[in-house]
Design a protein around this ligand. Structure first.
Ligand code: ZN
Length: 184
C-alpha cells in the first residue's frame, strides 16, 4: 500500500486506521493524530508536442529500445499546469511552447497518478536533457498510442482530427490490438 512507516511530525510508527468518513477504507495514520497518509493521486503533466507539423515523442534513458512517449513531468509549487508543461518542455527538449491547449484529464491508477495532457505547438531546436536518450518525429497519422495513461490523450487528439486510431499492445509494440472502450 505504501512505504511510509513513521509520522513526519513525531516519528511514531504509523498505524492502519479505519477512515471515519468512508466505510471499509483504511488509511495509514499517526496514532496521536498528527498526520494521515491520504495517498491521493499525484497530478502529472504530459505534452503531445508538435514542431514543424511533426509530432515529437522521446525515449527515456531508463526505458527499453523502441519505447517512445510524450514529454511528462510533475508540477512545481506556484505554477499553473500550463506554465509547468512549458517548463518541462524547455528542460527536457530545449523547445519553447508557443501554443498550449488541453486535450483532457486521464486516470493512471497503476501509478496513482492523474494525467493532465496538453497539445503543445513548439518552436526551437531540439536538444534532449540527459533524462531522454532519443526522439522521434512522426506524422500525426503515424502515432500509435498504447491503451493506457497518456495513450488515451494521444488517441483523443487523433480522433479530434479524424485520424484513425491504431493502438499498440504495449509501449513500443508494433502489434495492433482492438481499441478499448474509453469511458468519457
Ligand atoms: Zn505523530
Amino acid at each position: 500500500m505504501s512505504d511510509f512507516k513513521f509520522c513526519p511530525v513525531c516519528a511514531a510508527s504509523l498505524v492502519l486506521r479505519a477512515d471515519e468518513g468512508e466505510a471499509g477504507k483504511v488509511r495509514l495514520a499517526c496514532p496521536d493524530g498528527h498526520w494521515t497518509h491520504w495517498d491521493n493521486p499525484l497530478p502529472v503533466l504530459a505534452a503531445l508536442v508538435e514542431i514543424d507539423g511533426k509530432m515529437l515523442t522521446a525515449r527515456n534513458a531508463a526505458w527499453a529500445e523502441g519505447r517512445f512517449a510524450l514529454i511528462t513531468g510533475f508540477m512545481e509549487r506556484d505554477e499553473t499546469p500550463e506554465q509547468g508543461i512549458a517548463r518541462e518542455l524547455k528542460e527536457e527538449t530545449d523547445l519553447d511552447a508557443q501554443y498550449i491547449e488541453l486535450i483532457g484529464v486521464y486516470e493512471f491508477m497503476r501509478k496513482n497518478e492523474l494525467i493532465i495532457a496538453y497539445y503543445v505547438k513548439a518552436s526551437g531546436v531540439i536538444k534532449l536533457s540527459p533524462e531522454l536518450v532519443e526522439y522521434r518525429l512522426s506524422a500525426p497519422a503515424d502515432l500509435r498510442p498504447w491503451p493506457a495513461g497518456t495513450g488515451h490523450a494521444v488517441a483523443d487528439w487523433m480522433r479530434q482530427r479524424d485520424l484513425p486510431v491504431q493502438y499498440v499492445g504495449f509501449a513500443g509494440s508494433t502489434t495492433p490490438i482492438e481499441a478499448p472502450v474509453v469511458l468519457k
